[in-house]
Design a binder for this molecule. Structure first.
Ligand SMILES: C[S@@+](CC[C@H](N)C(=O)[O-])C[C@H]1O[C@@H](n2cnc3c(N)ncnc32)[C@H](O)[C@@H]1O
Length: 302
């Protein structure tokens, strides 16, 4: 195997370490295998939380969960993470450190998938502006659920920023296909607490690879696997209490039950990393946060 050091785009921090890279031929093979696997995966059933449901039904069920929680989305996140999601999201944005550098010619083109609330999209644009005086980079905020997307737009309107802004577009799209997003058009693909809800996660990763330009980065924040037995015991107990809290805070037991189960069903970090590699990404890696309660995953398109 020929090992090369990956050439990263200048704005990808050194902390997102360059790992030995496969040869281009291997990379192409990995990518086509990923596509084949995605095709072969067209089985009839999948999981919805702990239940087995028809694949065609899952999208609707997930849709109704997020339509139910859309207007109470902040409360939901605060309840589920004890407010820590705000720290995770800040770290996610700071670690990526993306933005058009003052001497760069071209702005960056971001896409935030499953971005409903706008938390990540607006945070990324704020970071680019405050740190690099970047007011040119563009953002597509996409989500499968129009209700979630409306919450993001409402938030933009209320904060008086990124609403009716030609740089920022809100678009209803399934992250598995991103039909309206051109191939090789984006520099940064982010997805935060969204990909575990996809019916076909591998298809979502393959699509992320498709829409990114060579040199672009896939960058994901998602619940993960707790790596400390003591913390895990507490976490398991907390997971049992969550649906009850959901019913008290938002009068919605079932949606919270689904969210807990969807976390339990999500692949362990090593397996998720191998799915990212299967899609064709190089230099894939991850950073566990808060004893592995969640993790940041990344990969670079070569
Ligand atoms: C927990 S919210 C995360 C929202 C936001 N990214 C954040 O970090 O606060 C999950 C989002 O994933 C969206 N979603 C679920 N399946 C999707 C899919 N296949 N394509 C695009 N978005 C999807 C939901 O509609 C919902 O808005």
């Amino acid at each position: 195997m020929v090992n090369k050091v990956l050439v990263r785009p200048a704005w990808v921090k050194p902390s997102i370490r360059a790992l030995p890279m496969r040869t281009l031929r291997q990379a192409r093979n990995v990518h086509s295998t990923a596509k084949e696997t995605a095709k072969d995966n067209s089985i009839e059933t999948t999981h919805f939380g702990s239940k087995t449901v028809a694949k065609s039904e899952k999208e609707k069920l997930v849709g109704s969960v997020f339509s139910n929680v859309a207007s109470k989305y902040d409360i939901m996140n605060d309840v589920m993470s004890l407010g820590i999601h705000r720290l995770w999201k800040d770290h996610f944005i700071n670690k990526l450190d993306a933005g058009k550098r003052p001497n760069a010619k071209e702005p960056l083109h971001f896409i935030d998938v499953a971005g409903g609330s706008g938390d990540i999209a607006f945070g990324l644009l704020d970071h680019a502006e405050h740190k690099f005086y970047d007011k040119e980079s563009t953002m597509h905020v996409v989500d499968i659920n129009p209700d979630m997307l409306k919450e993001g737009e409402k938030r933009a309107m209320n904060q008086g920023k990124y609403f009716n802004d030609p740089r920022v577009k809100f678009l209803v799209q399934n992250g598995e296909t991103l039909d309206q997003i051109e191939s090789n058009s984006k520099d940064v693909y982010t997805v935060s607490f969204g990909i575990r809800n996809f019916t076909n996660i591998q298809a979502g990763l393959n699509t992320a690879y498709r829409v990114l330009k060579p040199g672009g980065i896939f960058y994901c924040l998602e619940f993960s696997k707790v790596d400390n037995p003591l913390v895990d015991t507490v976490y398991q107990q907390w997971s049992k209490v969550l649906p009850v809290l959901g019913s008290v805070v938002a009068n919605d037991y079932d949606s919270y039950q689904y969210l807990v189960e969807s976390i339990q069903k999500f692949p362990e970090p090593e397996r998720f990393q191998s799915m990212i590699e299967k899609a064709g990404f190089q230099s894939a890696g991850y950073e566990p946060l808060t004893f592995g309660v969640c993790a940041i995953h990344w990969g670079i398109k070569t």
